[in-house]
Design a binder for this molecule. Structure first.
Ligand SMILES: CC(C)(COP(=O)(O)OP(=O)(O)OC[C@H]1O[C@@H](n2cnc3c(N)ncnc32)[C@H](O)[C@@H]1OP(=O)(O)O)[C@@H](O)C(=O)NCCC(=O)NCCS
Length: 173
């Protein structure tokens, strides 16, 4: 298996869907859980494109539902690996709604998922590095380490004292 580094753009996965009646609540708005599942699926494709391994969702962070999504809306999800660590990968999913008349896309929400590449026994296995290229990719890459530390602290898997990158955020400049 090649461990050659890759750029985030090589991992992009895109999915476009129509919001159907069985995915909405009684006000005709998309269920949050349906959107979570769509994001999980497309993010797994991006993580797979990067690692070429079976990937499992390790954590879901930073999900916000800022804009209600209506029945009949056309929703586009774009997933991209922002950083790879040892076996884990951070994937950012940007969701937008398409204006039904002009076709212009308006951002609706964003989520950040962590996937872990696993072997046949479900044990973590190393993945290639990600080398960011654009300014936005570089920012997301840098912030990914802080988010990993925060996620591990919240999961009780890291002591706050070990979260060196995260602590820097709180230090006075
Ligand atoms: C994800 C899983 C493989 C991690 O296994 P583990 O025994 O915790 O393994 P490790 O402690 O070695 O962690 C593996 C990687 O996951 C990362 N990780 C684990 N929990 C994490 C969390 N809550 N947030 C962010 N990263 C996490 C670790 O930092 C490590 O990353 P690295 O190898 O890049 O440094 C394991 O917990 C699992 O199989 N979970 C179920 C996954 C699943 O079924 N998902 C679908 C939901 S139904």
């Amino acid at each position: 298996m090649s461990m050659k580094s890759k750029s985030p753009s090589e991992t992009i996965a895109v999915s476009t869907r129509f919001v159907l009646p069985h995915e909405t609540n009684t006000l005709g708005k998309l269920f949050g859980g349906a959107l979570l599942a769509w994001m999980d699926e497309i993010a797994a494709v991006a993580a797979h494109r990067h690692s070429k391994r079976v990937v499992v969702t390790a954590s879901i962070n930073n999900v916000s539902f800022n804009v209600p999504i209506d029945l009949g809306d056309i929703v586009t999800l774009e997933a991209k690996v922002s950083r790879a660590f040892n076996s884990s990968m951070e994937v950012i999913i940007d969701v937008s709604i398409e204006d039904r008349i002009t076709g212009a896309k308006k951002p609706s929400n964003q989520a950040i998922y962590t996937f872990v590449a696993v072997d046949q026994n479900g044990g973590p296995i190393n993945v290639p590095e990600i080398v960011p290229e654009t300014e936005e990719e570089k920012k997301r890459f840098d912030a990914a380490l802080r988010r990993k530390q925060l996620s591990l602290i919240l999961a009780g898997k890291m002591k706050p004292s070990e979260a060196t990158e995260l602590k820097l955020l709180f230090e006075e400049k």
